[in-house]
Design a protein around this ligand. Sequence first.
Ligand code: BGC
Length: 714
Amino acid sequence: MEYAKFIGVKESVESFAIKKTFNYECGRVTLECTALGVYFAVLNGKRVGRDYLSPGWTAYDKTLQVQTYDVTDLLVAGNNEITVFVGGGWFYRQPTYPHYSYGDKIAALAELTFENGKRIVTDETWIASESFIRSSSIYDGEIQDFTAERRPLTPIEIPYDKSVLVGQICEPVRNIERLKVKEKILTPRGEIVYDFGQNIAGVVEIKTPKGFKGKIELRFAEILDEGNFYTENLRKAKCTDVFIVKEEGVYSPEFTYHGFRYAQIIGVDLDSDSVVAVVRHTDMKRIGYVTTDNARFNRLVDNAVWGLRGNFVDIPTDCPQRDERMGWTGDVNAFCGTAAFSYDVRGILRKWLADLRNGQSETGEIPRIAPDVWGNKATSAFWADAISMIPWTLYRIYGDASFLSENYAAMKKFVAARENTMTDGLIVRGFEFGDWLAMDNEPLLVGEFRGRTDLYYIVNVFHAVTLQIVSDTAAVLGKTQESELYRRKRESLLAAIRKEYFTLSGRLCFDTVTAQVIALHFGIVEDKYRDKLAAELNANVVKRKYCVTTGFIGTPFLLFALADNGYFETAKKVLFNDKCPGWLFEVDTGATTIWERWNSALPNGKPNPDASMNSYNHYAYGSVIEFVWRRIAGIEPLSAGFATVSVKPRPCAELSEMRAEYDSVKGKIVSEYKRVGDKIIYNFEIPENTQAEIKLPNEDAVSLSSGKYSFERD
Ligand code: BGC
C-alpha cells in the first residue's frame, strides 16, 4: 500500500466517513483496508465483507493488520462509490486506559486494486464527512443518529509508520449467531427488559415499527437483581447504544460489543420478535464436543464454551462486560487447555502471543495484559509464566513447534528477569497476584484477593515450571546444551524450594489446598513424600466438604493433583459438588457462563456486594473442562499433536453416558462410554496415522492403530 495515505480529518470527531467515486469497467478488484481505529467499508451501499471491529486489536505501534477483500461482485459497470466508516475502537483512549492512546487521530488507509493495474488509494481527494455514527466506544457503546446533519469535514493525512502493516493474522471477529428473546420482562422497577437466556459477547439488533421516529436507548446487563436490571458490575463502562431514527428499519451498532444476557430498551416498546441478540466474536472453528446424559453437567461444559465465545473477541480477554476486557495473561493461561480442546485457537493465540512479546520489557518482564495499554510489566507467578506455559500447551495439543520457536527467546529473557528477583537461589521480590480470588482467607482479610497461599512459594514453583518448559523447548528445537542448562537451573531451584518450604522429613510448610496441589502437580514434592502429601491434600479437601477454596493458581490443577495421586473419587466429588463454592453451584444458580468469583452470586441469589470486581463471564475457572477432556474422557496427547495418544476413560456414576469427540490435527478422536444395564460399552475412534494406547479401568493398556473400536465390560 505504497501510495495510499492514512486519512483522518482536521476536526475533532469520534467517528467519520470518507468516500470516493470511481469508474469501473471489468475485471477483478480487491480492496485492502485498515484503520487507526476500527472501520468498515461500504461499496455502492453494500457492506464489504462479514468482519466486525476490523482491523482488530494488536499493539498498533508494532503490528497493524490489513484486511483484503475481493469486491468484484459489489461493483457495477460505470460509476461506483466506496465509503469507509471509521471509529475509535481500541486505538483511541478508552475509559479503562484514559492516559493511553496509540495516537491522537483516527484514520483509514485503503487501496482498491484493479485487474488492469489501476489503483485507487486513500488521499486528501477523498470526501470526508460526519456519518450516522456520531460516537462509538468499545466500552461505552455507540450513538447512531439518522436525523442529524452530516457536516463536511477536512481530510488530512495522518502520518503513521507503514512498516507495521501485516496481513490478517487470525480469523476476524464476525457476527456468529443470532439468539431470539427467551422472555420479555417488565421488571419491578418498570424497566422493559429482554432476556436472551445466555450470557454472550455481542450486540442487539432491533427492528423499529412503522411510523416510529425518535430516540431509542439500549442498555445491557448480565444479571437481574431481585428482578431488576443490574449494571453496577460494569464499573465505568456505559455499555449503552443509542439510535435516533426517522423511519422504520433495522438497527445495530458497528464499532462496539457488550457482555450481556439482558437488554433494556428505553424509548420504544418492541415486541420480542423485533429484538435479536447477535453473538460477536472471533470466528474460530469448533473442534471439540463433550456431551453426557447429565443436563447440569452439560450446562457446565457449555458455560465454559460460552466463556470462550464471550472472551475470544480478537484477543483473549478476562471479561466482556465491564470497563476492562483486557488480554490478561493469567486468565488465558488458566483456560488455554480447555480452549484448545474446544476451538481451534491457534490463530488468535499466535496473534496474542506476538503482542505479549511486543509488550515484554527490555529486561524480560512480561506485561500483565497484552496488548499492553497499561505499561505494567512484572514477573508474577502464572500471569507472567503465560509466555512459556501457553506456547507449550499449544505445542502439545496442536503439534506445531513454531509456537515454541517464536517464543523461545522471550522465554529465556523472562527467566533472566526472574533471576533478578532472586537471592540465594530463591525468588524473594516482585509483585505477585498470588492465588487470586481463592476462598481460603476471605473471612480473615476483607479486601485481600490473593488467597492465603504464600506468594513467593507460588512464584518459585511456577519458575520451576517455566524452567522445565524452557529446557523441554530447547530440546524440541535441537538446542541440547541450552536444554541441559535450563534443566540444571530447574534442579537447583527445586533443591532450594525443598530446603526452604519443606521440613527435613518432607512435610510441606503450608496447609492450603493450593500449596499442596501445585507441589504435587508440578513435581515439587520429592517422590518419596508424594503419597503423604497427597493424603494430606485429600484430607484437606474432604474437610472442606469438597468445596473449591482455590483461586486462579490452584483451581486449574486441583482435580489433576487429586486424580493423578490416587484420589480420583475425591476429584469427582469436587467436580460434582453443588454447594458454594463449586462448579455446579454456579450452574444451579442459573449461570450460563463461568463466574469470576466462586461467590459472584451468593447462595441467596443476590450478587456479591463487591460490584467493583464481579464478572459473570470470566473463563479462568472454566479450566475444569480440560480435566474432563484429559481425565474423564481421558484423551491425552502422548506426543505433541496427538501423533500418539492415550485414551483412558474414567466412567463416573454421575454420567451414565459420556461422549467426547475431538477433531485433533491428526483427525477425529472419540472416547465414549455408555452404561447399559450392568454393562458399560466403550467406543473409541482413532484417526489415520495415529497410534493409541487405550486403557480401560483396572486393565492393562492395549496398543491400537487407527480405526473404530468397541468394548463391552461388566
Ligand atoms: C481481572 C483478572 C485478572 C486480575 C489480575 C482482574 O481485574 O479481571 O481476571 O487476572 O485482575 O489480578
